[in-house]
Design a protein around this ligand. Structure first.
Ligand SMILES: [Zn+2]
Length: 468
Protein backbone atom coordinates (compact mmCIF):
# COMPACT_ATOMS: atom_id res chain seq x y z
CA UNK A 1 0.00 0.00 0.00
CA UNK A 2 1.00 3.60 -0.56
CA UNK A 3 0.67 6.02 2.34
CA UNK A 4 0.92 9.80 2.22
CA UNK A 5 4.10 9.60 4.30
CA UNK A 6 6.65 6.75 4.58
CA UNK A 7 6.03 6.53 8.34
CA UNK A 8 3.00 7.55 10.36
CA UNK A 9 2.81 7.69 14.16
CA UNK A 10 -0.83 7.55 15.27
CA UNK A 11 -0.83 9.02 18.75
CA UNK A 12 -3.45 9.27 21.44
CA UNK A 13 -3.08 10.45 25.02
CA UNK A 14 -5.26 10.27 28.09
CA UNK A 15 -4.79 13.16 30.50
CA UNK A 16 -5.99 14.62 33.78
CA UNK A 17 -7.66 17.58 32.00
CA UNK A 18 -7.59 19.71 28.89
CA UNK A 19 -4.91 22.32 29.63
CA UNK A 20 -1.58 21.24 28.16
CA UNK A 21 0.39 23.64 30.35
CA UNK A 22 -1.22 22.57 33.64
CA UNK A 23 -2.64 19.06 33.28
CA UNK A 24 -0.71 15.83 33.00
CA UNK A 25 -0.61 12.74 30.81
CA UNK A 26 -2.00 9.48 32.26
CA UNK A 27 -1.63 7.20 29.26
CA UNK A 28 0.17 7.16 25.90
CA UNK A 29 -0.73 5.00 22.93
CA UNK A 30 1.27 4.99 19.71
CA UNK A 31 0.62 2.94 16.58
CA UNK A 32 3.52 3.32 14.20
CA UNK A 33 2.99 2.33 10.61
CA UNK A 34 5.82 2.20 8.11
CA UNK A 35 5.54 1.33 4.45
CA UNK A 36 8.96 0.57 3.05
CA UNK A 37 9.57 0.24 0.21
CA UNK A 38 6.66 2.31 -1.11
CA UNK A 39 3.83 0.08 -2.22
CA UNK A 40 4.84 -2.73 0.16
CA UNK A 41 2.97 -4.17 3.11
CA UNK A 42 2.64 -1.79 6.05
CA UNK A 43 4.71 -2.75 9.12
CA UNK A 44 2.68 -1.94 12.23
CA UNK A 45 4.08 -1.67 15.73
CA UNK A 46 1.91 -0.82 18.72
CA UNK A 47 2.94 0.49 22.10
CA UNK A 48 1.08 1.79 25.09
CA UNK A 49 1.77 2.59 28.69
CA UNK A 50 0.01 4.12 31.64
CA UNK A 51 1.79 7.17 33.06
CA UNK A 52 1.84 8.34 36.66
CA UNK A 53 0.68 11.97 36.38
CA UNK A 54 1.94 12.84 39.89
CA UNK A 55 -1.47 14.36 40.71
CA UNK A 56 -4.92 12.90 41.40
CA UNK A 57 -7.16 12.27 38.39
CA UNK A 58 -10.51 14.13 38.61
CA UNK A 59 -13.40 11.68 39.18
CA UNK A 60 -15.24 12.70 36.00
CA UNK A 61 -12.17 11.83 33.94
CA UNK A 62 -11.66 8.56 35.81
CA UNK A 63 -15.25 7.72 34.84
CA UNK A 64 -14.71 8.64 31.17
CA UNK A 65 -11.43 6.82 30.56
CA UNK A 66 -11.64 4.12 33.18
CA UNK A 67 -8.11 5.08 34.26
CA UNK A 68 -8.09 5.40 38.04
CA UNK A 69 -5.57 6.74 40.55
CA UNK A 70 -4.96 3.16 41.67
CA UNK A 71 -4.03 2.09 38.13
CA UNK A 72 -1.39 4.77 37.64
CA UNK A 73 0.10 4.64 41.15
CA UNK A 74 2.86 2.26 40.12
CA UNK A 75 3.10 3.35 36.49
CA UNK A 76 6.27 5.08 35.23
CA UNK A 77 6.48 8.88 35.24
CA UNK A 78 6.61 10.70 31.90
CA UNK A 79 10.34 11.26 32.44
CA UNK A 80 10.83 7.49 32.44
CA UNK A 81 9.04 6.96 29.10
CA UNK A 82 10.10 10.14 27.27
CA UNK A 83 12.86 8.35 25.35
CA UNK A 84 10.45 5.69 24.18
CA UNK A 85 7.92 8.30 23.01
CA UNK A 86 10.66 10.20 21.17
CA UNK A 87 11.93 7.03 19.48
CA UNK A 88 8.48 5.86 18.40
CA UNK A 89 7.56 9.19 16.84
CA UNK A 90 10.99 10.05 15.40
CA UNK A 91 11.04 10.49 11.63
CA UNK A 92 7.31 9.85 11.33
CA UNK A 93 4.41 12.13 10.56
CA UNK A 94 2.59 12.65 13.86
CA UNK A 95 -1.13 11.86 13.37
CA UNK A 96 -3.78 12.52 16.01
CA UNK A 97 -7.43 13.41 16.28
CA UNK A 98 -7.44 17.08 17.21
CA UNK A 99 -3.67 16.93 16.86
CA UNK A 100 -3.11 20.24 18.58
CA UNK A 101 -4.25 18.65 21.85
CA UNK A 102 -1.99 15.60 21.85
CA UNK A 103 0.91 17.43 20.25
CA UNK A 104 0.57 20.29 22.74
CA UNK A 105 0.57 17.93 25.74
CA UNK A 106 3.68 16.12 24.54
CA UNK A 107 5.44 19.38 23.77
CA UNK A 108 4.77 20.62 27.29
CA UNK A 109 5.68 17.30 28.88
CA UNK A 110 9.03 17.31 27.07
CA UNK A 111 9.57 20.98 27.88
CA UNK A 112 9.21 20.20 31.60
CA UNK A 113 12.18 17.87 31.13
CA UNK A 114 14.04 20.65 29.30
CA UNK A 115 13.69 18.68 26.11
CA UNK A 116 12.41 19.79 22.76
CA UNK A 117 9.66 17.88 21.02
CA UNK A 118 8.81 19.08 17.58
CA UNK A 119 7.56 17.33 14.48
CA UNK A 120 5.05 17.84 11.72
CA UNK A 121 1.58 16.94 12.89
CA UNK A 122 -1.48 15.95 10.87
CA UNK A 123 -4.90 16.42 12.41
CA UNK A 124 -7.43 13.73 11.45
CA UNK A 125 -10.34 16.04 12.35
CA UNK A 126 -9.14 18.38 9.60
CA UNK A 127 -8.48 15.45 7.27
CA UNK A 128 -12.02 14.17 7.82
CA UNK A 129 -13.43 17.63 7.31
CA UNK A 130 -11.59 18.03 4.02
CA UNK A 131 -12.58 14.65 2.60
CA UNK A 132 -16.15 14.67 3.93
CA UNK A 133 -17.10 18.34 3.73
CA UNK A 134 -20.81 17.58 3.91
CA UNK A 135 -20.60 15.64 7.17
CA UNK A 136 -21.68 17.69 10.14
CA UNK A 137 -19.62 16.07 12.86
CA UNK A 138 -16.02 14.94 12.87
CA UNK A 139 -15.47 13.85 16.46
CA UNK A 140 -14.03 10.38 16.88
CA UNK A 141 -17.40 8.72 17.62
CA UNK A 142 -18.88 10.19 14.42
CA UNK A 143 -15.86 9.08 12.42
CA UNK A 144 -16.12 5.55 13.85
CA UNK A 145 -19.80 5.40 12.97
CA UNK A 146 -19.45 6.87 9.47
CA UNK A 147 -16.80 4.36 8.44
CA UNK A 148 -17.96 1.42 10.59
CA UNK A 149 -14.50 1.20 12.17
CA UNK A 150 -13.67 -1.64 14.53
CA UNK A 151 -13.42 -0.37 18.08
CA UNK A 152 -11.81 -1.94 21.08
CA UNK A 153 -10.97 0.12 24.12
CA UNK A 154 -12.46 3.43 23.04
CA UNK A 155 -11.27 6.32 25.32
CA UNK A 156 -8.11 4.43 26.07
CA UNK A 157 -4.94 5.61 24.39
CA UNK A 158 -4.08 2.54 22.32
CA UNK A 159 -7.73 1.88 21.41
CA UNK A 160 -8.13 5.40 20.03
CA UNK A 161 -4.77 5.35 18.23
CA UNK A 162 -5.83 2.11 16.50
CA UNK A 163 -9.10 3.76 15.45
CA UNK A 164 -7.09 6.48 13.68
CA UNK A 165 -5.06 3.92 11.75
CA UNK A 166 -8.32 2.14 10.84
CA UNK A 167 -9.72 5.50 9.69
CA UNK A 168 -6.76 6.13 7.37
CA UNK A 169 -7.10 2.62 5.93
CA UNK A 170 -10.82 3.29 5.37
CA UNK A 171 -9.89 6.45 3.43
CA UNK A 172 -7.73 4.41 1.06
CA UNK A 173 -10.68 2.10 0.42
CA UNK A 174 -12.98 5.02 -0.43
CA UNK A 175 -10.64 7.29 -2.40
CA UNK A 176 -7.69 6.80 -4.70
CA UNK A 177 -4.26 7.29 -3.13
CA UNK A 178 -3.73 10.60 -4.89
CA UNK A 179 -6.90 12.12 -3.40
CA UNK A 180 -5.95 11.07 0.12
CA UNK A 181 -2.38 12.33 -0.31
CA UNK A 182 -3.62 15.63 -1.69
CA UNK A 183 -6.02 16.10 1.22
CA UNK A 184 -3.27 15.31 3.73
CA UNK A 185 -0.95 17.76 2.03
CA UNK A 186 -3.58 20.48 2.13
CA UNK A 187 -4.30 19.85 5.79
CA UNK A 188 -0.61 20.06 6.56
CA UNK A 189 -0.31 23.08 4.25
CA UNK A 190 3.33 22.15 4.30
CA UNK A 191 5.02 25.44 3.79
CA UNK A 192 8.46 23.89 4.21
CA UNK A 193 9.60 26.16 7.01
CA UNK A 194 13.24 27.15 7.13
CA UNK A 195 15.11 24.59 9.25
CA UNK A 196 16.17 27.23 11.84
CA UNK A 197 12.49 27.71 12.72
CA UNK A 198 10.60 25.17 14.81
CA UNK A 199 8.32 23.02 12.61
CA UNK A 200 5.38 24.33 14.63
CA UNK A 201 6.40 28.00 14.35
CA UNK A 202 3.25 28.71 12.36
CA UNK A 203 0.97 27.23 15.05
CA UNK A 204 1.47 30.25 17.28
CA UNK A 205 0.15 32.57 14.59
CA UNK A 206 -3.59 33.31 14.60
CA UNK A 207 -5.70 33.05 11.48
CA UNK A 208 -6.58 36.69 11.98
CA UNK A 209 -5.53 40.07 10.61
CA UNK A 210 -2.39 41.75 11.87
CA UNK A 211 1.27 42.45 11.26
CA UNK A 212 4.19 40.04 11.44
CA UNK A 213 7.87 40.69 12.01
CA UNK A 214 10.68 38.41 10.85
CA UNK A 215 13.85 38.60 12.93
CA UNK A 216 17.30 37.31 12.10
CA UNK A 217 20.32 37.49 14.40
CA UNK A 218 19.95 41.23 15.05
CA UNK A 219 17.67 43.21 17.32
CA UNK A 220 15.93 44.92 14.40
CA UNK A 221 13.57 42.95 12.15
CA UNK A 222 14.51 41.76 8.67
CA UNK A 223 11.05 42.20 7.32
CA UNK A 224 7.63 43.48 8.37
CA UNK A 225 4.42 42.52 6.62
CA UNK A 226 0.67 42.60 7.09
CA UNK A 227 -2.16 40.23 6.27
CA UNK A 228 -5.80 39.51 6.86
CA UNK A 229 -4.70 35.97 7.79
CA UNK A 230 -1.36 35.95 9.59
CA UNK A 231 -0.80 32.19 9.57
CA UNK A 232 -1.59 31.78 5.91
CA UNK A 233 0.50 34.76 4.82
CA UNK A 234 3.57 33.85 6.85
CA UNK A 235 3.35 30.27 5.55
CA UNK A 236 3.16 31.59 2.00
CA UNK A 237 6.56 33.27 2.40
CA UNK A 238 8.10 29.82 2.74
CA UNK A 239 5.91 27.74 0.46
CA UNK A 240 8.10 26.08 -2.11
CA UNK A 241 5.60 26.59 -4.93
CA UNK A 242 6.45 30.14 -5.76
CA UNK A 243 9.10 31.92 -3.80
CA UNK A 244 10.40 35.38 -4.56
CA UNK A 245 14.08 36.18 -4.27
CA UNK A 246 13.28 38.23 -1.15
CA UNK A 247 11.56 35.19 0.37
CA UNK A 248 14.59 33.03 -0.45
CA UNK A 249 16.88 35.45 1.36
CA UNK A 250 14.46 35.70 4.29
CA UNK A 251 14.40 31.89 4.50
CA UNK A 252 18.13 31.74 5.11
CA UNK A 253 18.27 34.64 7.57
CA UNK A 254 15.10 34.25 9.66
CA UNK A 255 15.47 33.06 13.26
CA UNK A 256 12.14 33.97 14.85
CA UNK A 257 8.72 35.42 14.11
CA UNK A 258 6.72 37.96 16.11
CA UNK A 259 3.24 39.22 15.40
CA UNK A 260 0.59 41.72 16.48
CA UNK A 261 -3.08 41.06 15.93
CA UNK A 262 -5.41 43.83 14.74
CA UNK A 263 -9.20 44.00 14.46
CA UNK A 264 -9.09 44.28 10.68
CA UNK A 265 -7.16 45.00 7.53
CA UNK A 266 -7.08 48.78 7.89
CA UNK A 267 -5.49 48.49 11.31
CA UNK A 268 -2.96 46.01 9.94
CA UNK A 269 -1.97 48.37 7.15
CA UNK A 270 -1.66 51.38 9.47
CA UNK A 271 0.41 49.41 11.97
CA UNK A 272 2.66 47.98 9.27
CA UNK A 273 3.32 51.43 7.91
CA UNK A 274 4.23 52.79 11.36
CA UNK A 275 6.48 49.82 12.22
CA UNK A 276 8.28 49.89 8.88
CA UNK A 277 9.03 53.58 9.32
CA UNK A 278 10.29 53.25 12.87
CA UNK A 279 12.25 49.98 12.49
CA UNK A 280 13.54 50.23 8.90
CA UNK A 281 13.65 46.49 8.14
CA UNK A 282 16.40 45.62 5.67
CA UNK A 283 14.14 43.62 3.33
CA UNK A 284 11.20 46.02 3.09
CA UNK A 285 11.69 47.44 -0.35
CA UNK A 286 8.34 49.21 -0.11
CA UNK A 287 10.13 51.51 2.33
CA UNK A 288 12.05 53.22 -0.44
CA UNK A 289 8.78 53.71 -2.28
CA UNK A 290 7.27 55.41 0.74
CA UNK A 291 10.16 57.82 1.04
CA UNK A 292 9.67 58.80 -2.60
CA UNK A 293 5.90 59.24 -2.53
CA UNK A 294 4.22 62.62 -2.84
CA UNK A 295 1.59 64.82 -4.48
CA UNK A 296 1.40 67.14 -7.48
CA UNK A 297 0.58 70.83 -7.34
CA UNK A 298 -0.62 72.80 -10.33
CA UNK A 299 0.53 76.44 -10.28
CA UNK A 300 -2.13 79.11 -10.77
CA UNK A 301 -0.36 80.62 -13.78
CA UNK A 302 0.51 78.40 -16.77
CA UNK A 303 3.42 76.15 -15.85
CA UNK A 304 4.16 72.47 -15.35
CA UNK A 305 2.77 70.57 -12.30
CA UNK A 306 5.21 70.46 -9.39
CA UNK A 307 5.96 67.29 -7.44
CA UNK A 308 6.09 67.64 -3.64
CA UNK A 309 7.66 64.72 -1.73
CA UNK A 310 5.41 63.48 1.10
CA UNK A 311 7.85 64.65 3.78
CA UNK A 312 7.43 68.27 2.69
CA UNK A 313 3.62 68.15 2.53
CA UNK A 314 1.63 69.81 5.30
CA UNK A 315 -1.53 67.82 6.05
CA UNK A 316 -3.64 70.98 6.18
CA UNK A 317 -2.57 71.99 2.66
CA UNK A 318 -3.72 68.89 0.81
CA UNK A 319 -6.82 70.47 -0.71
CA UNK A 320 -6.16 71.34 -4.33
CA UNK A 321 -3.24 68.92 -4.62
CA UNK A 322 -3.32 65.82 -6.85
CA UNK A 323 -2.46 62.24 -6.02
CA UNK A 324 -1.06 60.91 -3.82
CA UNK A 325 1.48 59.14 -6.02
CA UNK A 326 3.83 56.40 -4.82
CA UNK A 327 6.83 58.08 -6.46
CA UNK A 328 7.84 60.93 -8.71
CA UNK A 329 8.06 58.40 -11.50
CA UNK A 330 4.46 57.28 -10.88
CA UNK A 331 3.35 60.92 -11.03
CA UNK A 332 5.13 61.40 -14.37
CA UNK A 333 3.57 58.18 -15.64
CA UNK A 334 0.12 59.54 -14.71
CA UNK A 335 0.89 62.77 -16.59
CA UNK A 336 1.95 60.80 -19.68
CA UNK A 337 -1.44 59.02 -19.58
CA UNK A 338 -3.22 62.36 -19.26
CA UNK A 339 -1.29 63.66 -22.26
CA UNK A 340 -2.49 60.74 -24.34
CA UNK A 341 -6.14 61.01 -23.29
CA UNK A 342 -6.38 64.81 -23.45
CA UNK A 343 -3.91 65.82 -26.18
CA UNK A 344 -1.72 67.65 -23.67
CA UNK A 345 1.80 68.89 -24.36
CA UNK A 346 4.85 67.07 -22.97
CA UNK A 347 6.80 70.32 -22.75
CA UNK A 348 4.02 72.07 -20.84
CA UNK A 349 3.66 69.05 -18.52
CA UNK A 350 7.36 69.21 -17.70
CA UNK A 351 7.92 65.72 -19.12
CA UNK A 352 10.38 67.06 -21.64
CA UNK A 353 12.71 70.03 -21.73
CA UNK A 354 13.28 71.05 -25.29
CA UNK A 355 12.29 73.87 -27.55
CA UNK A 356 10.07 73.29 -30.52
CA UNK A 357 7.50 70.54 -31.00
CA UNK A 358 7.25 68.11 -28.06
CA UNK A 359 7.24 64.33 -28.41
CA UNK A 360 3.42 64.23 -28.33
CA UNK A 361 3.26 66.88 -31.06
CA UNK A 362 5.52 64.81 -33.27
CA UNK A 363 3.07 61.92 -33.07
CA UNK A 364 0.11 64.30 -33.51
CA UNK A 365 -1.08 63.94 -29.94
CA UNK A 366 -0.48 67.51 -28.66
CA UNK A 367 -2.76 70.38 -29.67
CA UNK A 368 0.37 72.47 -30.14
CA UNK A 369 1.03 74.85 -27.26
CA UNK A 370 4.71 74.06 -27.88
CA UNK A 371 4.53 75.39 -31.42
CA UNK A 372 2.26 78.34 -30.74
CA UNK A 373 -0.95 76.77 -32.00
CA UNK A 374 -2.65 76.82 -28.57
CA UNK A 375 -2.38 79.55 -25.95
CA UNK A 376 -0.61 78.59 -22.67
CA UNK A 377 -3.75 79.68 -20.76
CA UNK A 378 -6.02 77.40 -22.80
CA UNK A 379 -3.63 74.47 -22.34
CA UNK A 380 -3.38 75.14 -18.62
CA UNK A 381 -7.19 75.19 -18.29
CA UNK A 382 -7.41 71.83 -20.11
CA UNK A 383 -4.68 70.41 -17.90
CA UNK A 384 -6.54 71.53 -14.78
CA UNK A 385 -9.67 69.80 -16.03
CA UNK A 386 -7.78 66.62 -16.92
CA UNK A 387 -6.20 66.50 -13.47
CA UNK A 388 -9.51 67.09 -11.64
CA UNK A 389 -10.35 63.39 -11.13
CA UNK A 390 -6.97 62.97 -9.40
CA UNK A 391 -7.55 65.77 -6.90
CA UNK A 392 -7.11 64.87 -3.23
CA UNK A 393 -10.69 65.10 -1.93
CA UNK A 394 -11.48 67.75 0.66
CA UNK A 395 -11.45 66.31 4.20
CA UNK A 396 -15.19 65.77 4.74
CA UNK A 397 -15.22 66.51 8.51
CA UNK A 398 -14.77 69.66 10.56
CA UNK A 399 -12.04 67.99 12.63
CA UNK A 400 -11.22 64.48 13.77
CA UNK A 401 -12.97 61.40 12.44
CA UNK A 402 -12.65 57.73 13.32
CA UNK A 403 -13.04 54.49 11.41
CA UNK A 404 -14.48 51.73 13.57
CA UNK A 405 -13.14 48.30 12.70
CA UNK A 406 -14.53 45.19 14.40
CA UNK A 407 -12.87 41.79 14.39
CA UNK A 408 -14.84 39.07 12.63
CA UNK A 409 -14.04 36.72 15.49
CA UNK A 410 -13.70 37.81 19.08
CA UNK A 411 -14.42 41.06 20.81
CA UNK A 412 -11.71 43.29 19.48
CA UNK A 413 -12.71 46.72 18.15
CA UNK A 414 -10.20 49.28 16.91
CA UNK A 415 -11.00 52.93 16.26
CA UNK A 416 -8.52 54.60 13.92
CA UNK A 417 -8.44 58.33 14.62
CA UNK A 418 -7.89 60.49 11.54
CA UNK A 419 -7.63 64.05 10.36
CA UNK A 420 -6.90 65.52 6.92
CA UNK A 421 -6.22 62.03 5.48
CA UNK A 422 -3.60 61.45 8.17
CA UNK A 423 -3.64 58.73 10.81
CA UNK A 424 -3.22 60.03 14.36
CA UNK A 425 -3.44 56.72 16.20
CA UNK A 426 -5.64 53.73 17.00
CA UNK A 427 -7.73 53.41 20.17
CA UNK A 428 -8.83 50.07 21.57
CA UNK A 429 -10.97 51.46 24.38
CA UNK A 430 -12.73 54.64 25.53
CA UNK A 431 -9.77 55.85 27.57
CA UNK A 432 -7.39 55.64 24.62
CA UNK A 433 -9.99 57.30 22.40
CA UNK A 434 -10.48 60.21 24.83
CA UNK A 435 -6.71 60.72 25.06
CA UNK A 436 -6.36 60.81 21.27
CA UNK A 437 -9.24 63.27 20.89
CA UNK A 438 -8.08 65.57 23.68
CA UNK A 439 -4.39 65.62 22.81
CA UNK A 440 -4.06 64.51 19.20
CA UNK A 441 -0.52 64.27 17.79
CA UNK A 442 0.38 66.53 14.88
CA UNK A 443 -0.85 64.95 11.62
CA UNK A 444 2.01 63.62 9.49
CA UNK A 445 1.24 63.10 5.83
CA UNK A 446 1.92 59.64 4.42
CA UNK A 447 0.98 59.01 0.79
CA UNK A 448 0.20 55.30 1.26
CA UNK A 449 -2.00 55.93 4.27
CA UNK A 450 -3.75 58.85 2.58
CA UNK A 451 -4.45 56.66 -0.46
CA UNK A 452 -5.87 53.92 1.73
CA UNK A 453 -8.09 56.35 3.66
CA UNK A 454 -9.41 58.07 0.53
CA UNK A 455 -10.27 54.65 -0.92
CA UNK A 456 -11.86 53.47 2.33
CA UNK A 457 -14.04 56.57 2.64
CA UNK A 458 -15.13 56.27 -1.00
CA UNK A 459 -16.20 52.65 -0.54
CA UNK A 460 -18.36 53.49 2.49
CA UNK A 461 -17.96 49.98 3.85
CA UNK A 462 -16.80 51.10 7.28
CA UNK A 463 -18.56 53.12 9.90
CA UNK A 464 -17.00 56.58 10.20
CA UNK A 465 -17.43 58.43 13.49
CA UNK A 466 -17.36 62.20 13.77
CA UNK A 467 -15.09 62.82 16.74
CA UNK A 468 -14.82 66.61 16.96
ZN1 LIG B 1 3.51 69.85 -27.30
Amino acid sequence: MNLFAPSLAFVDLETTGTAADRDAITEVGIVRVTVEPAGGEPAVSEWSTLVNPGVPIPPAIQALTGITDAMVRNAPSFAAIADEVAARTAGALFVAHNARFDYGFLKHAFARLDRNFSTRALCTVKLSRRLFPDAERHNLDSVVERHALPVEGRHRALGDARVLWAFVQALYRQFDAETVADAAKRVLKIPSLPPQLAPDALDALPEAPGVYLFYGMNALPLYIGKSRNLRERVGAHFSSDYRSSTDSRLSTEIRRIEFEETAGEIGALLRESALVKSMLPSHNHALRRKAESGVLELPVEPGPPRFHPAATVEAGELAGRYGPFTSKRAAREALRHLSKDHALCWNALGLEKRSGPCFARQVRRCLGVCVGEESPEAHHARLREALAPHAVPAWPYPGLAGIRERALLGERTDIHVLRNWCWLGTARDDGELTRLIETPPRPVFDADIAKLLIRTFARKRHEVLRLS
